[in-house]
Design a protein around this ligand. Structure first.
Ligand code: BGC
Length: 710
């Protein structure tokens, strides 16, 4: 898709000086103050600015970033396209991670909706709002697989599973790009952070990772491959090292795997200062070394640190870096600028959109991201009972939109308190500051959670519990012996193990954007039925980490720790998860019939030629509510050259089933689903038996066996 402009681009490059080429490889940060701004204009005139990142600090996601200044952007663009010799437009980027002005749930929560269409719609709406503010490129989707809820950036990605990650990547990229990338309301997407950043040791941000190529190909890469196949224009490399090689200097990861094996034709941008950080990481003596290593590794655009701008010319003249490599990077950057139609349409476009529709979408997805973890006949709330609400998150607004929102506003986010006041049931609600005020109520609703500042970049936690005051509140409310329900607003799975016995109901609300609270009210009162499923395992305690469902079997105990054989692992705590991947309750009850398959056996050749196993399951809604169910299909490849996971999600479908009715869910499982990657990156389906599981979470026992003949 991106190589179609190469003829025009080659011609442009043939007329560029070395300095002008290097200018294209330089990304400046947003100027702070007049002096920096004027300097930036002059740089643009000299052709030294390939891109501007509209953020002014290294921690854009956590801090108070200045808003976007469209007039400044247009003035700067004018310098590039009218006053520079080559007239090449600048591309403007910003972190638009889970919504722009309208804020949608944090990506980890969005993944729990298991609703790809809805995710795509949210990113489509996001692209329109961002494009209208002059943003041509978003540094999203963040698709780092992570198994560590301590890591603050866990909020930003789709969780622990490669298939969910790939589905999320595809939906987000399609949403950003729309019909065509050249359309005025489309935005270039950026798959980040390539690669392995989510595996940082101990959940400590920016720290080392240890990932074999086998694990990389099968777990960390699929989401990036899906983003590339969906047409992502850019990839951001990550800060971490893998087994001692920082990604910013890794020829193996960027050139060999991403560009050659995966076939990525767009450009790679480094992360903030990541090029010059090679000095701190101890693989470069000075910034000149850094520029050499990163360019050779395949980083095309240098984010903010000016190492390329300062040293590449010298490096070419000294014969250390070839001009060919620079040409290749320029070509990749210009491909994206052409695909986005910036040469024809470099300035900010007015894009119309209906903010009301975007809020409606934000509410719809927030309703689908919340996960009902426990319900001992307390939810939905009856419209007449007396409810007392208490807890530190009752009046909270800012935390509900989560971290990594640069342009979202707390003022546009109703608190749970405000949302409840808007309900017809408000007369029956007591808003309590103390336990005494709860004496006359039937049910207590606890508003609990974590602050958004515990999540996001450079924020990790070593404890996964609720804060002490919240734990105490739960215990004190328990002593009232009333029905108690907790709504938990959080950015990560919290180890609420000890609170579970004190609670009759738990609705995990996440930090789900502007419409979190109204959506939660709709769920609490039964206007909507919960349908979210966990995209990440909940561990019982920090000591469980890493805990993820798609583990390989161990020789002893035979089936591993996650499901069947929990007792043989830790002496002090069950080894099984608190809540497994894919889990989430509903107000209704679904029953699954046996799995059917049209064919129990196919040959390898038939699979290679596109034949598939057609699998179906009938799901009955036996309860009193029409509701959505996400049916999940997992496989297990029984005997292989390499150990394969006990379960691997390979497909899911979410559908509404009317009460008293059933629906048939159909899946096809073929070559792509049954294969896996060897350490050299080659893809294989190995003949033999496969177990196919279809059910409502990763521990389902509903299975059949199929056979692939040699
Ligand atoms: C983050 C990136 C972000 C960049 C620009 C970095 O610190 O790691 O995710 O895109 O800053 O704001």
């Amino acid at each position: 898709m991106f190589a179609q402009f190469d003829k025009q681009i080659d011609e442009i490059i043939s007329k560029m000086t070395l300095k002008e080429k290097i200018g294209q490889l330089n990304q400046e940060k947003a100027p702070s103050g007049k002096e920096e701004y004027e300097n930036l204009l002059e740089m643009a005139k000299r052709g030294e600015v390939g891109s501007v990142l509209w953020a002014s600090s290294a921690y854009a996601g956590a801090g108070n970033e200045p808003g976007i200044n469209v007039e400044l952007m247009d003035e700067l663009q004018k310098c590039a396209v009218e006053n520079s010799r080559c007239k090449i437009p600048v591309i403007f980027g910003r972190d638009v991670i889970h919504g722009h002005k309208t804020v949608y749930p944090i990506p980890l929560a969005m993944a729990c909706s298991f609703n790809n269409d809805l995710v795509e719609k949210c990113y489509r709406a996001t692209a329109k709002e961002a494009a209208n503010d002059g943003i041509q490129w978003s540094f999203a989707p963040m698709i780092d697989l992570s198994r560590d809820p301590r890591w603050g950036r866990i909020i930003e990605g789709p969780g622990e599973d490669p298939f969910v990650g790939a589905s999320f990547a595809k939906s987000a990229v399609k949403g950003f790009m729309g019909e065509k990338l050249s359309d005025k309301d489309s935005v270039v997407a950026c798959a980040k952070h390539y690669i392995g950043y989510g595996a940082s040791e101990g959940g400590r941000d920016y720290h080392r990772t240890e990932i074999s190529d086998y694990t990389l190909y099968n777990f960390y890469l699929p989401a990036f491959r899906a983003a590339v196949n969906a047409g992502v224009g850019t990839v951001m490399s990550s800060f971490n090292d893998i087994s001692g090689q920082p990604i910013s200097s890794s020829v193996h990861h960027i050139r060999e795997i991403l560009k050659e094996k995966v076939g990525f034709e767009g450009f790679v941008v480094s992360d903030w200062d990541a090029v010059i950080q090679l000095v701190k990481q101890g693989v470069a003596r000075d910034e000149k070394d850094c520029a050499e290593l990163s360019l050779k590794a395949g980083i095309d655009l240098d984010m903010k640190d000016r190492a390329y701008l300062t040293y590449l010319e010298e490096l070419v003249k000294e014969g250390i870096v070839s001009e060919e490599l620079i040409n290749d990077s320029v070509k990749r950057i210009l491909r994206v600028k052409f695909a986005k139609n910036l040469f024809e349409n470099p300035y900010r476009n007015q894009v119309s959109y209906d903010r009301k529709e975007h809020f409606a979408l934000a509410r719809e997805i927030a309703e689908e991201t919340a996960v009902l973890l426990k319900n001992d006949n307390v939810l939905p709330l009856s419209k007449t009972q007396k409810i007392g609400v208490i807890g530190p998150f009752l009046k909270e607004k800012r935390d509900l939109i989560g971290s990594w929102t640069l342009d979202g506003k707390a003022e546009e986010t109703p608190s749970l308190y405000e949302a409840l006041l808007n309900r017809p049931e408000k007369e029956n609600i007591v808003f309590a500051d103390s336990l005494e005020e709860l004496s006359g109520v039937d049910t207590v609703l606890l508003a609990l959670g974590e602050v958004h500042t515990n999540t996001g970049e450079a924020n990790a936690v070593a404890k996964l519990t609720l804060t002490d005051d919240q734990i105490e509140l739960v215990n004190r409310v328990k002593s009232l012996k009333k029905k108690t329900i907790a709504v938990i607003f959080s950015g990560r799975p919290l180890a609420i193990t000890r609170q579970i016995p004190c609670l009759d109901g738990i609705l995990y609300a996440w930090h789900s954007g502007n419409e979190t609270a109204p959506a939660i009210c709709n769920l609490l009162f039964g206007d909507k039925v919960p349908s979210g499923k966990l995209a990440m395992t909940f561990p019982r305690t920090v000591g469980h980490i890493p805990m993820y469902y798609n583990v390989t079997p161990s020789g002893r105990p035979v089936d591993g720790y996650y499901g069947e054989n929990p007792e043989n692992c830790y002496n002090d705590i069950p080894a099984s998860p608190l809540y497994p991947f894919g889990f989430g309750l509903s107000y209704t009850e679904f029953s699954y019939e046996d799995i059917k398959c049209d064919n129990k056996e196919l040959s390898l050749d038939e699979l290679k030629n596109g034949k598939k196993f057609n699998i179906s399951v009938k799901v009955n809604n036996k309860g009193d509510y029409s509701a959505k169910e996400t049916v999940q299909l997992y496989i297990r490849d029984l005997i292989c050259l390499n150990m394969r996971p006990l379960r691997e999600l390979k497909a899911y479908q979410k559908k509404e089933i009317q009460k008293g009715c059933d629906e048939t869910f159909e899946f096809s499982v073929g070559y792509e689903e049954l294969g896996y990657y060897y350490s050299d990156g080659s893809f294989h389906v190995e003949p033999g038996e496969f177990e196919i599981y279809v059910g409502d979470n990763c521990l389902t026992e509903n299975k059949i066996v199929i056979n692939v003949k040699a």
